[in-house]
Design a protein around this ligand. Structure first.
Ligand code: GAP
Length: 432
């Protein structure tokens, strides 16, 4: 699979478009189309289900993107959230120092400038005056809101350490070189869990969450051979981390990080305690202990996972002398689960097809299509990874049955009109 083919499929079929394309595009920003939006929702729902719904010691929150600027001083982002950038003196291209190999421009061979530090946070002003007192930042991670609200959530949720707070939301980074499609962008979504534990139990919890998160990727259908975990070397650790493990995927452009699982120790709560003057401690009344909890963080990028799901599912095969492009999504992530077609645009066939469509719609996202040859309609659904296609033909009017076609095997089976919904729900976790 090459990335150009995937990018062109994403545009053609309504997964992902360049932002502001009619004005020449906005570098590092992307828009999700109809099926891309469904796919993204499925990924977020599956994460929420596994991290929040299935754990009675994890609760959710949804914070504002703009926060008090002192938060970013306390967190260390104002001082430390920087990349080194280097410019080419000839062609004026800009690079991240850690993405360069030699001392010449990789594009034109020109001479390079010395590296300069560049803070990745987007700055803005709140209110009418644009002065130093009105500066605010678009959050570069969702995590800090969770730390800042730690006490409030403990009090209202009556959770006891160990417990976690999870959040899904937009983050913004003024990346020097956004690249590899949606892999590195300037506006993206994160799914983060901050899990608060007693100091001394942190290593054990860290291991539990690494195992749980790797299992999640397998459960949503990502090929195991293309997944690995990589422990950070001491010198690459973020300023807040005691240790960090990355979940990586083998993309066409190499092994890359999907998610970081970090032991953030008591760094963040201690920093907020110092900067806000509020005690960020947990009182264990049973054991009669007071401590600043350690934090195990799992931090995943929605867009990166979406790219992984797409890259992992993409397949091409030869069928009757033609190339069939098919996205072999697991049925859990597939944006559309079933498509319903009348073989011809005839009222009697339409009526049956619409009846099936409205029945399946009660349980699953479904799509109705009556335009083009049946072969073309199948190909369109293959390209958006729809697991099942249901076709109503003239025989259906006689035998009250329809053809269900499986995406991966292209096998076809006759199923009674009244049984279609049940049949598909039954097959969802099996043969596709
Ligand atoms: N709270 C910790 C944190 O933000 P990070 O490693 O900087 O850690 C976590 O980011 C995840 O967020 C990454 O593994 C990646 O999936 C996603 N991410 C970070 N920067 C991104 C970008 N520019 N574009 C898309 N996703 C990004």
């Amino acid at each position: 699979m090459n990335m150009e083919k995937l990018v062109s499929l994403c545009k053609r079929r309504g997964f992902i478009f360049q932002s502001s394309e009619i004005y020449g595009g906005m570098n590092g920003c992307w828009d999700y189309g109809p099926v891309g939006t469904e796919l993204k929702r499925n990924i977020k729902d599956l994460w929420w289900e596994s991290v929040v719904q299935m754990n009675d010691n994890v609760v959710g929150m949804d914070a504002s993107i703009l926060m008090h600027p002192r938060i970013w001083e306390a967190s260390g982002h104002v001082d430390n959230f920087k990349d080194q950038m280097i410019d080419c003196k000839e062609c004026k291209k800009r690079f991240r120092a850690d993405h360069l190999d030699g001392d010449k421009c990789p594009e034109c061979g020109g001479e390079l400038t010395e590296p300069r530090a560049f803070n990745l946070m987007f700055k803005t002003h709140v209110g009418a005056l644009e002065d130093a007192a009105s500066v605010a930042y678009l959050r570069p991670e969702t995590a800090q809101a969770i730390f800042a609200q730690f006490l409030t959530v403990v009090n209202c949720s009556r959770q006891k350490v160990p417990f976690g707070i999870a959040q899904i939301g937009k983050s913004f980074r003024n990346e020097i070189t956004p690249r590899n499609f949606i892999f590195r962008s300037r506006e993206f979504e994160q799914m983060e869990l901050e899990f608060f534990v007693e100091p001394g139990t942190d290593e054990e919890w860290n291991k539990k969450w690494v195992d749980a998160r790797i299992q999640w990727y397998k459960d949503i259908g990502i090929t195991s051979d293309r997944l690995r975990i990589r422990e950070h070397e001491k010198e690459e650790l973020a300023h807040y981390a005691k240790s960090c493990v990355d979940v990586e995927y083998k993309f066409p452009f190499g092994w890359q990080e999907l998610e970081g699982i970090a032991n953030r120790s008591d760094y963040d709560l201690s920093q907020h305690q110092e900067f806000s003057g509020k005690k960020m401690v947990y009182r264990d009344v049973v054991a009669n202990k007071v401590f600043v909890p350690y934090v195990i963080e799992t931090s995943a990028g929605v867009d990166r996972i979406l790219l992984t799901v797409l890259a992992d599912a993409y397949d091409e095969e030869e069928v009757d002398g033609d190339v069939r492009v098919v996205l072999r999504f697991s049925s859990k992530v597939a944006p559309v689960k079933t498509a319903v077609f009348p073989l011809f645009k005839k009222p009697a066939l339409r009526e049956v097809a619409r009846k099936i469509e409205s029945d399946v719609r009660k349980a699953l996202p479904v799509l109705y299509d009556e335009t083009g040859s049946i072969g073309k309609r199948y190909r369109r659904q293959d390209e958006i990874g729809t697991p099942f296609c249901v076709t109503v033909d003239y025989e259906s009017l006689e035998d009250n049955a329809v053809t269900v076609r499986f995406r991966d095997s292209m096998r076809q089976e006759r199923v009674g009109v009244d049984k279609v919904r049940e049949f598909i729900l039954d097959k969802m976790d099996g043969e596709l």
